[in-house]
Write a protein that binds this ligand. Structure first.
Ligand code: TPP
Length: 371
């Protein structure tokens, strides 16, 4: 189902069996401790994801978007984010959200319908989830152009520079807005990294039907580099994303990264993938699991041991327990909140509407007291 391509076009540094491989252009420079950290982040994200699905099945969430299989792409890329960078997610980036400091309970809010956002995007440098396909690519380019004007790009000291990193899916690349984002980013040499998780499916639409060429090659037509990386290899993803972010921060413009991965779960909890894809395909990708290969690599090197894995299991269990109990305590929204959620400072006309509503609602309370 994938476009015609050859294996050697993919940057890979860790094979599915957990063996290190070399690449002529990219090298992983992190330590064993860093890789153990990636393993921890991936395991916790997968557990959060499992609980999200379970909570939806129990009727506590309206919807959940599983990330199962995409942990390597998300953790490897998020680990490359620097202090001045700003991240724009789609709706499946739970592992990135955790890495950026979002509280796991806050992630449940949009899916429980208690809030659109329960974290501070400015403090965490992590924008709210975007459910409208592709809009976040335009936000990321606009923000990156603002960074250029604020002088946070291309400074001699790398510590003074930032860029944006935007996540989207293979299906999003068929969207007009996303192509407009590419054009603007190229025209202005905006400091943005387009991180496409090609998980092979846009709901039931396979990638082969959406693109005649491998997605990363499209970047050439816009005038910036495109790189295809093994999305289930967190080391390779980290190496490629670090390079692309550094390029952007130093003023060399945008990069398109195609993280070649697979959505092992359903599109959302409203979807049944057995209706449109074959079990054999899933089995093939299960053998490329990002967590299993990273664990095998670290165990083989003696960089982690059973106590490490036991502690991780206990930490995962505690996270799951907190999600199960905490989900039920998320405060439901108050109706008057809808006038004060869109702007940092509520404009006068909205404050007036809000006051009129509150007075109207209160008039029923007065009537009750009088009655
Ligand atoms: C503008 C817009 N059009 C259509 C949809 C409906 N929709 C939701 S998810 C989806 C497919 C997205 O696929 P992809 O970009 O590959 O991301 P993935 O869900 O696989 O992560 C579509 C068409 C939407 N949310 N927004």
């Amino acid at each position: 189902m994938t476009p015609d391509t050859t294996e050697d076009e993919i940057v890979q540094l860790l094979t599915p069996a957990g063996e290190r491989t070399a690449n002529a252009d990219f090298a992983f420079t992190g330590t064993d401790e860093d890789v153990a950290g990636y393993l921890r982040d991936m395991v916790l994200a997968r557990r959060l994801d499992t609980e999200g699905t379970a909570l939806q099945r129990k009727g506590e969430l309206g919807l959940w978007c599983p990330l199962l299989g995409q942990e390597g792409a998300q953790v490897g890329s998020a680990a490359a984010v620097g202090p001045l960078d700003f991240v724009f997610p789609s709706y499946r980036e739970h592992a990135v959200a955790l890495k950026m400091g979002v509280d796991p309970l806050a992630l449940l809010a949009p899916f429980r319908g208690t809030s659109m956002i329960d974290w501070d995007p400015r403090r965490l440098r992590f924008h709210l989830y975007s459910f409208v396909i592709g809009t976040q690519t335009l936000h990321a380019v606009g923000y990156a152009m603002g960074m250029q004007r604020d002088g946070v790009v291309g400074n001699p000291d790398p510590a003074d520079n930032g860029a944006t990193l935007v996540y989207f899916g293979d299906g999003a690349t068929s969207q007009g807005d996303v192509n407009e984002a590419f054009v603007f980013a190229a025209s202005y040499q905006a400091p943005v990294v387009f991180f496409c998780q090609n998980n092979q499916w846009a709901i039931s639409e396979p990638i082969a039907r959406q693109s005649r060429i491998p997605l990363y090659r499209r970047a050439d037509g816009y005038g910036f580099p495109g790189v295809r990386v093994d999305g289930n290899d967190p080391l390779a993803v980290h190496a490629v994303t670090s390079w692309a972010l550094e390029r952007a921060r130093s003023g060399k413009g945008p990069t398109f990264i195609e993280a070649f991965t697979y959505r092992m779960g359903a599109h959302t909890t409203s979807d049944d993938p057995t209706k449109y894809r074959l079990e054999a395909e899933l089995a093939e990708w299960r053998a490329k699991d990002p967590i299993e290969r990273t664990k095998a690599y670290l165990l083989d090197r003696g960089a982690i041991d059973q106590p490490f894995l036991d502690d991780l299991q206990a930490e995962s269990d505690a996270l799951a327990e907190r999600m199960r109990t905490g989900c039920l305590t998320l405060p439901p929204p108050e109706l008057p909140d809808m006038w004060s959620r869109a702007f940092a400072a509520t404009p006068q006309y909205l404050a007036t509407q809000r006051a009129a509503y509150v007075a109207y609602a209160d008039s029923f309370l007065d009537a009750e007291v009088a009655g």
